[in-house]
Ligand binder design. Sequence first.
Ligand code: ATP
Ligand code: MG
Length: 281
Amino acid sequence: METRQVNLEDANQQLRQFATVVNTDHAVRQIDSREHLRVGIDLGTSSIVLTVLDTENRPLYGAFEYDHAVRDGIVVNFMESVEILKRLKTKAEKVLGTVLKTACGAIPPDTGDGATKIVGNVIEAAGFDCRQIVDEPTAAATFLQIESGTVIDIGGGTTGVSIFSQGKLMEVLDEATGGFHMTLVLAGYFHISSEEAEALKRDPKRETEVFSIVRPVVEKMAMIVLNATKIPTNEPVIVVGGAINFTDFVTTFSKTLKMLAQKPEFPQFVTPLGIAMYDHD
Ligand SMILES: Nc1ncnc2c1ncn2[C@@H]1O[C@H](COP(=O)(O)OP(=O)(O)OP(=O)(O)O)[C@@H](O)[C@H]1O
Ligand SMILES: [Mg+2]
């Protein structure tokens, strides 16, 4: 059976717009101080991202900082997370000329009440009124407007697979593999530090060479997904997360999966933007 494809044009347009302002000290447009803004906070393994949308869910502003305060999707350094988030909040308020009062956060699925509490506490300690903690794949699916299908989020340290049917999350899987494993493979191959390998991995001039070395990691990721879950073969399969930022990622991944996966532009911002969509009454 053919894998159904979704139209990602709307999502891509929002992602492109968000990408033009992220970490630039600019907003997409001027804000009226009476406007209600929606704030999303993604405490990731690789970075902490803050996103701001208007009430129509249009991206206004975004910023992130790399961090090591979260491991395998769980906050391991509370104070560091709070400090980073406070900095991001102060910067955002300066650019937008308004106070950000509320925010939403997210956790990987099935991480339990403890994780929800910690993420909520980080957000509150940074000075927000935390309105809701959602699960990450649901946030991604909401942003992508996926009712039925599979969302695969490959971040720094985790790969999450979430199967949706008519808007309901039916099955989740979380595996401890992600972009960091690609970095480790590169570090081993070139006998360099993981910091050097991380920079090499992101160097667009070296992409062809880098991808030929990390290709087996991508195939392994697809095998893990294939063996651990029963993905509906006729519904869309969307891959998101920073680790998929290679031109040939989706082709390689789809081949092993034997399903035609789709990738939005700037896939690392899908979940953070989806989280902000929940910051309303
Ligand atoms: N241009 C790029 N090329 C290759 N890899 C990239 C690129 N940009 C980011 N990455 C990788 O993406 C990963 C981070 O992705 P993402 O921001 O989705 O993770 P996260 O949400 O912080 O982590 P997690 O979801 O695992 O908690 C890192 O391993 C990083 O090296
Ligand atoms: Mg993530």
